[in-house]
Design a protein around this ligand. Structure first.
Ligand code: ADP
Length: 275
C-alpha cells in the first residue's frame, strides 16, 4: 500500500531558531479567522482551486502560530493505517510506528490534509473524533486513545471545482469544519505575488496576470483546469532565466493545461494577442 507523501514543512520556532517567514499575501480576513480557529480548537477547511495559495497560507500560519506543520497529500489509496501508524516487523519482534496524523496529535502540530476528498471514506472517519470536543484519536491496534496535545489543529483542503469531489465530501464531515474560501487574487495582488515569487518586473507580471484572466475565461469553453497563480509564477521564472515570454507561456501555462487541440490553439491565440 502506498505510504502518504509526508513532509514537515515548518519546524516549531524555538527548537529551530531561524526558519524564515513563508511569504503570503492575504486577500481577506483569512489570517485572523484561522488564528481564532486555532485558539478555539476549531478544525478548518480551505476551499479553492489548485494553485491559488492554500498550502502557502497554511505554511504561513504555522510559522505565525509557532506550530510544527505536518502535511499529508491525500490520494485514493490512503488508508487509516497510513495516517495513524502500523506495527513494523523487525528482527527482534514488532515495533509500533506512528503515522503522520498520530505524530501531529502527539506533538500539537498543525496537520494539513491536502486534497482530502481524494482519500477513501473509511480514512476520513478517523478524523471525526479529532474535530469535536473529544479531540482524541483512537488507535485500535494499540488500544490507545490519544488526546490531542495543545496547539493541535486539523486543516483540510479541497477543490470544489470537481463535482465528483463535492459529492464525496459527506455533509457529516463538512459540518465539522470552519470553511475559508480561496480564489485567485485580484489582478494587482496576483501581480505582486508573481513579482515577489519569480523576481520578474511589474510590467511582465501584469501582462501574465492579464493572460491568466483571459485563459480563465476559457473555463466556459471546456477548459477543466484553468491557469493557477503557480503556473503564472513558473512562466515568469522562465522569463527571468532568459526564455522569451511567448515560449515561456506556451511551455509553462498552455501546454500543462490541456491536450485538446482546439483548446490549445485558442490558448495560443490568447498568448499571441497578449504579447
Ligand atoms: P494550493 O495549495 O492552493 O494548490 P499553493 O499554496 O501551492 O496552492 O500556491 C501555489 C504558489 O502560488 C505558491 O507556491 C506561491 O508561490 C503562490 N501563491 C499563491 N497565492 C499566494 C499568496 N496569496 N501569497 C503568496 N504566494 C502565493
Amino acid at each position: 500500500m502506498a505510504a502518504p507523501l509526508l513532509h514537515t514543512v515548518v519546524p516549531p520556532q524555538g527548537s529551530v531558531p531561524s526558519s524564515p517567514e513563508p511569504y503570503y499575501l492575504p486577500s481577506g480576513a483569512e489570517v485572523s479567522i484561522f488564528a481564532h480557529c486555532h485558539a478555539l480548537e476549531l478544525a478548518v477547511m480551505l476551499k479553492g482551486p489548485t494553485g491559488c495559495g492554500k498550502t502557502r497560507f497554511v505554511e504561513h500560519m504555522a510559522w505565525k502560530l509557532k506550530r510544527p506543520l505536518i502535511t499529508i497529500s491525500c490520494h485514493d489509496d490512503l488508508s487509516a493505517s497510513d495516517l495513524i501508524g502500523r506495527f513494523l516487523i523487525r528482527h527482534d519482534g514488532t515495533a509500533w510506528q506512528d503515522g503522520p496524523l498520530t505524530r501531529a496529535v502527539r506533538e500539537g502540530a498543525i496537520c494539513y490534509l491536502d486534497e482530502v476528498v481524494e482519500a477513501r471514506q473509511d480514512t476520513m472517519v478517523v478524523l471525526h473524533s479529532l474535530t469535536d470536543h473529544r479531540r482524541s484519536l483512537p488507535i485500535d491496534k494499540t488500544g490507545e486513545s490519544l488526546v490531542a496535545a495543545p496547539g493541535f489543529l486539523l486543516v483540510i483542503s479541497y477543490n470544489p471545482g470537481y463535482q465528483r469531489m463535492l459529492k464525496d465530501l459527506k455533509p457529516s464531515t463538512r459540518q465539522r469544519f470552519v470553511a475559508l474560501d480561496f480564489d485567485f487574487p485580484p489582478a494587482s495582488r496576483e501581480a505582486a505575488i508573481i513579482e515577489r515569487e519569480s523576481g520578474t518586473d511589474h510590467g511582465t507580471a501584469m501582462a501574465l496576470v492579464s493572460l491568466g484572466q483571459r485563459l480563465r475565461a476559457l473555463r466556459d469553453r471546456g477548459l477543466a483546469e484553468v491557469p493557477s497563480t503557480r503556473l503564472l509564477i513558473a512562466a515568469a521564472a522562465l522569463v527571468v532565466s532568459g526564455i522569451p515570454i511567448r515560449q515561456a507561456c506556451l511551455s509553462a501555462v498552455v501546454s500543462p493545461l490541456s491536450d485538446d487541440e482546439a483548446l490549445v490553439s485558442a490558448m495560443r491565440d490568447l498568448v499571441d494577442a497578449t504579447f
